[in-house]
Write a protein that binds this ligand. Structure first.
Ligand SMILES: Nc1ncnc2c1ncn2[C@@H]1O[C@H](COP(=O)(O)OP(=O)(O)OP(=O)(O)O)[C@@H](O)[C@H]1O
Ligand SMILES: [Mg+2]
Length: 381
């Protein structure tokens, strides 16, 4: 049989070469991270704007897999201002979770690595570039300065420990105020009440399986809030819940945010949720930000054909349509990204110039910008 080179498949020889190269690259990264006694000066940085809690600056996060390098996040820059909620939207696989895991430094290692870029985290009196911070520094940051609410509460809770114990464990781990056992219990009860659990003394003694899904998510939120974090990452916190509970949890998060003045990075593919929650929105597509703006701008004046498509594929109550719009085609292969606009092959609004290099960001207003050729020459910055 004649040997035919199949497109998209790797020969054993090529695969071996790739995995050998990957090992070399990831070993280098891991060696750096595992160093002991790294002086703080190596990862100290200054915020470009002290009003920001987090600044992602040209972040590139790659997965060095045997099939090739997956550029999961490919040059993402955006800010999370103090006390504000930034919504991150985009379809499945566009790099939303990987962006947030880069901030927590919880990528699947060794293959997942921040290849370049900075993530500046505001600690009040100083700022760290978390991409350069060693494990020891990250351990103090996670849960304490930045905390995360995951999609599925059952995975965040340990089934064999009582609710109270699990929240107290978080408090104990970062016991900055040197609380006594009694104070910790009081604080735990207070947290349970804060997230709207009426029978807080009772729930304190319960196991996770004795609670409903909505209650469990409230407990997870209480755990995330335990140490008054500066930044809360909520990665699809309500997708596992039914709509009425979802609305309650969103209400809760909104009220809590005002109370504790934290910043929230809210990840979802549900545009309705973003409209309710976010002050600013970044729209991601295939590892890059294609549009950003205030929630108002993105909802009332979406500019990128992808955002316009997202809006059109959203059901609207009271609007009678035969069939919901769906964006044709699929996301390009993350290992072999094209050298032109990543959305071009799916775009129904192409203009002259679209076959050129990846479009740069065009400013439409002080806060609104878009990477698309349709706006070239119209509003050049
Ligand atoms: N451990 C891994 N190894 C290889 N590739 C990975 C790994 N984790 C994520 N990726 C890839 O990185 C890209 C971004 O994934 P990510 O989880 O950030 O998507 P997402 O936007 O959060 O999607 P969803 O809405 O489904 O949660 C995807 O192409 C995914 O296949
Ligand atoms: Mg995700």
């Amino acid at each position: 049989m004649a040997k035919k080179k199949q497109v998209g498949y790797l020969s054993a020889k090529e695969a071996r070469r790739i995995s050998k190269e990957n090992r070399k690259i990831t070993n280098e990264f891991e060696k750096k991270r595992k160093r002991k006694n790294v002086p703080e000066s190596e990862y100290l940085t200054t915020m470009h704007d002290p009003k920001n809690a987090v600044e992602f600056d040209d972040l590139h996060t790659y997965f060095y897999t045997d099939a090739g390098t997956v550029k999961a996040v490919d040059g993402v820059s955006f800010n999370v201002p103090i006390g504000k909620t930034v919504g991150v939207v985009g379809e499945s696989g566009c790099g939303k979770s990987v962006t947030s895991l880069s901030l927590m430094q919880l990528l699947q290692r060794p293959q997942g690595q921040v290849a370049s870029g900075e993530i500046r985290l505001n600690l009040g009196d100083k700022a760290y570039d978390v991409t350069k911070a060693p494990n020891s520094a990250m351990q103090k940051i996670r849960g304490n300065v930045v905390s995360m609410i995951f999609q599925e509460p059952m995975t965040a809770l340990n089934p064999v420990f009582r609710i109270g114990e699990q929240i107290e464990e978080v408090l104990e781990l970062h016991n900055v105020d040197h609380m006594t056992e009694h104070q910790m219990k009081e604080r735990t009860i207070e947290l349970l009440e804060m997230v709207g659990i009426a029978n807080s003394e009772g729930v304190y003694k319960m196991f996770p399986h004795e609670l409903s899904g909505g209650m469990r998510q409230r407990v997870v939120i209480a755990m995330a809030l335990a140490c008054n974090p500066r930044v809360i990452i909520a990665d699809e916190p309500t997708t596992a819940l039914d709509v009425t509970i979802q609305a309650q949890i969103l209400d809760l998060l909104r009220n809590l945010k005002d109370k504790i003045n934290s910043s929230i990075m809210f990840i979802t593919h549900d545009l309705g949720v973003i409209a309710e929650m976010a002050d600013f929105v970044v729209v991601m597509y295939a590892g890059r930000i294609i549009e950003r703006g205030t929630a108002q701008e993105i909802f009332h004046h979406p500019a990128h054909p992808y955002t316009i498509g997202l809006m059109a594929s959203k059901p609207v109550v009271g609007k009678d349509v035969e069939k919901l719009y769906s964006i044709p085609g699929k996301v390009p292969n993350p290992i072999n990204m094209p050298n032109y606009c990543y959305f071009k092959d799916r775009c129904e609004m192409c203009v002259k110039g679209c076959e050129g290099a990846y479009p740069k960001e065009i400013k439409l207003s002080e806060t609104h910008s878009v990477s698309c050729y349709r706006y070239y020459g119209q509003k050049e910055d």
